[in-house]
Design a binder for this molecule. Structure first.
Ligand code: SAH
Ligand code: SF4
Length: 441
């Protein structure tokens, strides 16, 4: 059958959708060219905020109305459970985030409606990839045990589990062998890799460099894979910024100089209430260490505005923290109470208009800060992995540097580098979200 997967939400969902595509292809189905052409559409849903969930449910409703065989997967399915069929009575199937490996069998059985919420994370499903492209996401850790007060993720993605290092290394080796030059290691808190369950076992050869922590040791193992040029990872936490992590960054040039380090708030009172397990000072200390290590180290973050009880003073603390940290980019979220989380028991007392205002203020701050951060790079030569024609200007090529910054440059005819090839670009112009330059040899 011709199928399509429509994805909402984070990179973890993007990765899960890819795994489902690969499993569907392996089961003999064919990817549709467009939605009209598809007989079956699977909506991969997000539920981190109410709005995100509504979008996915709305999309599934439209597909049902268009008479497609409609399935849903992902986080909203797990949150709603049976309730998803109350919202979408004609939905054919719904599969939770840890049961996605069952989708081909459910489609083959064709007994609808069907709901699967169980934990059936077969390693085959976790490791399935679609051919093509020079970049790949690789899940190293599923679930989360942190239980931040506002967050639904632990409820819907279950307990934290680190995949065995041997499986991950084999997966990345296979990806590199077929042309993948850049991997991004995924997990809710990747620096906790190996904290809950052993990721390395006694049968594994000891670390040649004497690494004892599981995540740096994984970086070491991946850095020895031929053809792999870049290793990214997301998300990180200040507690994981250890000496061994810094040593691995220094020792292995493949490890990218970028960390997505969600801070959520700059107010100690709010951070404690959220259960983030760091103070403002501890967070800023981690940022300083990264920037001492490399002043161009790119640091990006997530922030929540309008958390219950967030005063003007708390908000200003977030603003000043963002300035002190000098974030290269930031993603601002308006607080959305999620049923069953600790903070949902409290009154959602910051008015919507005020959340909107705080969001706009932080966005404007980020625009000027991003520009200032990028201006420092004018005149420098960045190594970029070419991606393809720039979206806005087709006579320009686009790629990213180690810090995940978008870099564009003019290309002459016949001079278009293939995707994944390294190019040196001297930066001539800085913008808040993009660097412009010229190719140098
Ligand atoms: N595991 C990651 C975050 C995953 S959720 C981490 O802790 O680093 C992605 C982002 O969504 C979070 O960083 C947070 O900023 C935002 N978010 C999570 N729950 C939210 C809620 N209830 N309301 C608004 N934003 C939320
Ligand atoms: Fe886990 Fe906290 Fe991240 Fe939610 S915000 S996924 S609870 S670490």
């Amino acid at each position: 059958m011709k199928f399509l997967v429509h994805t909402y939400g984070c990179q973890m969902n993007v990765r899960d959708s890819e795994a489902v595509e690969a499993l569907m292809l392996a089961a003999g189905h064919e990817k549709a060219a467009c939605e009209d052409d598809a007989e079956i559409v699977i909506v991969n849903s997000c539920t981190v905020r109410q709005k995100a969930e509504e979008k996915a449910v709305g999309k599934a409703g439209n597909l049902i109305a268009a008479k497609k065989i409609t399935g849903m997967m992902g986080c909203a399915v797990k949150r709603l459970g049976e309730g998803i069929f109350a919202k979408l009575p004609k939905l054919d199937f719904a599969v939770g985030p840890r049961a996605l490996g069952m989708i081909p069998k459910i489609v083959a059985d064709g007994r609808f409606p069907r709901l699967e919420l169980g934990d059936d994370m077969m390693s085959r499903a976790l490791a399935a990839h679609v051919e093509g492209g020079f970049q790949a996401f690789v899940t190293i850790l599923v679930g989360c045990d942190n239980r931040c007060s506002y967050c639904i993720v632990p409820d819907v993605r279950g307990h934290e589990y680190s995949r065995p290092a041997r499986e991950i290394v084999a997966e990345v080796r296979a990806l590199a062998a077929r042309g993948v030059a850049e991997v991004c290691l995924l997990g809710q808190s990747v620096l906790r890799y190996g904290a809950r369950n052993a990721a390395w076992d006694d049968a594994d050869a000891p670390s040649p460099g004497g690494y004892t922590e599981a995540f740096p040791r994984l970086l070491e193992a991946l850095a020895s894979i031929p053809g792999l040029r870049r290793i990214r990872f997301t998300s990180a936490h200040p507690k994981g910024c250890t000496d061994e992590l810094f040593r691995a960054c220094r020792e292995f040039p493949q490890v990218c100089r970028h960390m997505h380090l969600p801070v959520q708030s700059g107010s100690d009172r709010i951070l404690a209430d959220m259960g983030r397990r760091y103070t403002r000072a501890e967070y800023l200390a981690a940022v300083s260490r990264l920037r001492e290590f490399d002043p161009d180290f790119a640091i990006t973050t997530d922030v929540i505005v309008g958390y219950p009880g967030e005063t003007e003073e708390d908000f200003e603390a977030t603003r000043s923290l963002m300035e002190e940290a000098g974030f290269d980019n930031s993603f601002v979220f308006k607080y959305s109470p999620r049923p069953g989380t600790r903070s949902a028991a409290r009154e959602d007392d910051v008015p919507t208009a005020e959340k909107e205002r705080r969001d706009q203020v932080l966005l404007a701050d980020q625009q000027s800060r991003g520009l200032r951060r990028n201006e420092r790079l004018v005149g420098s030569v960045r190594e970029v992995l070419a991606e393809g024609p720039s979206k806005r200007n087709k006579s320009r090529w686009s790629g990213r540097d180690s810090g995940n910054r978008i870099v564009v440059w003019d290309v002459a005819q016949g001079d278009c580098p293939p995707p994944g090839s390294p190019v040196k670009v001297r930066i001539t112009e800085a913008h808040a979200q993009i660097l412009v330059g010229e190719r140098v040899e």
